[in-house]
Design a protein around this ligand. Sequence first.
Ligand code: MRU
Length: 353
Amino acid sequence: MRDRLLAAEKIKAIDWRDGALFLLDQRVLPKVQTWLRYDSAAAVAEAIRTMVVRGAPAIGIAAGYGVALAARERLAAGGQWRAGVAADIALLAAARPTAVNLFWALNRMRERLERLADDAGVIAALDAEAQLIHESDREANLTMAQLGVDLIRKRQGHPQVLLTHCNAGALATGGFGTALGVIRGAWLEGLVEQVYADETRPWLQGSRLTAWELAEDGIPVTVNADSAAAHIMRTKGVTWVIVGADRIAANGDVANKIGTYGLAVNAMHHDVRFMVVAPSSTLDMSLENGEDIVLEARDGAELVGEGAPVAAFNPVFDVTPADLIDVIVTEKGVVERPNAAKMSALMCRKRLH
Ligand code: MRU
C-alpha cells in the first residue's frame, strides 16, 4: 500500500528551497493559492501566529525551518549570535500555545545547535535537522495511514461512512496527513463510501481545507455544519470519527480543534468508533493528563467579526478525555482504549518504519 499512498501525494503546504521557507497561505485557500516566502525567524513566527501555516505537525516543521533561518541571520550579524538564535527560538515558541509539535521541534533544533562547537558547520547542520523533521513527519504519515486502514478494515461492513473534524491532512503535516492520511489510505483500499467534513467554525478548516483536499483526490466528501454532526451520526450510518491531535497527555487525553470533545461524546452515544491519529511528536509525556494543556483562545473577532456589539469567547481547542477514545494511532503503533500504562509502553517502542 505504501507505493500507492506515495503516488497519491499531491498537495503540499511547506517547501524549503535555496535557504528560504515557502508556505502556501492557508488563510485564503482554496479560492487563492499563494506561496509566501520567508527569510527570517520573526516572519515565520508571525506566519504561525496568523495561521498562514497551521496544523500541529506543520507548525513544528515550519518552526524547525524558522530556527535554520535564525542561524543564518544571526551568524551574518556576528557578535553573540547564539544568544540571538535563543531569542528567536523564544519568539517562535510564543507563536501558538497548544500544539506541542512546535516545542518539540524547537527543542530538537536547540539541542542540535548545542552539539555544534564549530560555527562553520552550523547552517548546513540546522538545515539538515529541519529537513529531517519534515521528512520523518512524512514517513510517519505513511505508517499511520497503514495502521489506521487496518483498523477500519477490521470493522464490519464496507464501504464505510467516516466523519472528520478540522483539517488533519497534507496542509497540516509534512506528508499527506494524519486523520486524512488514514482516510486517503482507506479510500485507496475501497473501504470508504462517504466522508463528512465538519465545517469547523470559525476558521473553516473543514469546509475550506479538508473538503478541498479530499475533493482533489476524488474522495466523496460532504461538508456539514459542526452542529449537524450528532444528527449525521444517528442518521447516516457513520462508523468512525477520525481526527488529528495537537497534544496528547501521558494518560491519553487529547487536545484537538474545538468541537472534538463533543464529537467524542456523541460518538460514544451512537456506537461510532473514535480514532485519533497523530505522530509521536504530538505526545507530551510531561503532562499527566489533559487538564494542564494550555488551550489557545483566539480573538473573539474571529468569531463575531470586528466591532461586533457582543462579547465572544473563542477557545480554539478542547480536551477529549482518554476514556472516550477507542484508539490512538501513532507511527510507533496503536493504543486501543488508551490509559497511562499503555501510552508509556508505546513511547518505549521504536518507530515502525
Ligand atoms: O488551529 P489549527 O488549524 O492549527 O488546528 C488544527 C487542528 O486542530 C488539527 O486537528 C491538529 O493540529 C492535527 S493536524 C494533523
